[in-house]
Design a protein around this ligand. Structure first.
Ligand code: DX5
Ligand code: ZN
Length: 217
């Protein structure tokens, strides 16, 4: 498992909900508040109906923090862009199972392992668990989506809970969850077996960021 002090779940503030005009300040703010890693949402306008940032911004995130950068690739052709995100300083890279073959998963796993980068696969709410089963032995973690990817601030889709429970029975490594996470849904997914919680609007929308982060543990 990824660094997990005292068996507590790890909290990954999603920078999608930051004010990108004050990105460095917000990174420092969640760092001081005890974030375990930073969740970085990469969208290409093809895999999802939104566009965010690319390696050039990740590179500067890398310069302002030592927190692990957990890079979530919501892009149609992750293979093509893996190298630039590695070079930019990613510590964890997630690709979506909807757009990669098992052969590609194997190749990416091998490549990232050599570089000391943790590798994960993610699945959308509509994608059944059966779709990632063959990939499980090649990855360090699974990212279960609890919203349809594309935007922050959406409501949690409850079917994610059963999916996490079923996954926990067959997968002993890290299970991350992403979308609509707050103190209430956070508890549900923790009880189901998730141990990394990505949360954007709940954390950055809170008056007290530290309290919000702690409420997820
Ligand atoms: C959704 C992104 C999420 C998003 C979560 O497509 O992958 O990481 O930032 O935002 P909240 O926590 O507001 O649902
Ligand atoms: Zn994400």
């Amino acid at each position: 498992m990824i660094k997990n002090i005292e068996n507590r779940p790890l909290v990954a503030p999603s920078l999608l909900s930051t004010d990108f005009g004050r990105l460095a300040k917000d990174i420092k703010r969640v760092e001081r508040a005890g974030a375990d890693m930073l969740h970085v949402d990469i969208m290409d306008g093809h895999f999802v109906p939104n566009i965010t940032i690319g390696p050039v911004v990740v590179k500067y995130m890398r310069k302002v923090t030592n927190l692990p950068l957990d890079v979530h690739l919501m892009i149609k052709d992750p293979k093509k862009y893996l190298a630039p995100f590695v070079a930019a300083g990613s510590d964890m890279i997630t690709v979506h199972i909807e757009v990669v073959s098992l052969k590609e998963v194997k190749a990416m796993a091998k490549d990232l392992k050599k570089k000391g980068i943790k590798f994960g696969v993610s699945l959308n709410p509509a994608t059944p668990l059966s779709k990632i089963k063959p990939a499980l032995k090649y990855v360090d973690f699974v990212l279960v989506m609890s919203v349809n990817p594309g935007f922050g601030g959406q409501a949690f889709i409850p079917s994610a809970v059963a999916k996490i429970k079923a996954l926990r029975k067959i997968f002993k490594k890290d299970i991350a969850v992403d979308g609509g996470i707050n103190a209430v849904t956070g508890k549900l997914v923790r009880q189901a077996g998730a141990n990394i919680l990505a949360a954007g609007s709940y954390i950055f929308g809170a008056k007290n960021v530290k309290k919000a982060i702690n409420s997820l543990r």
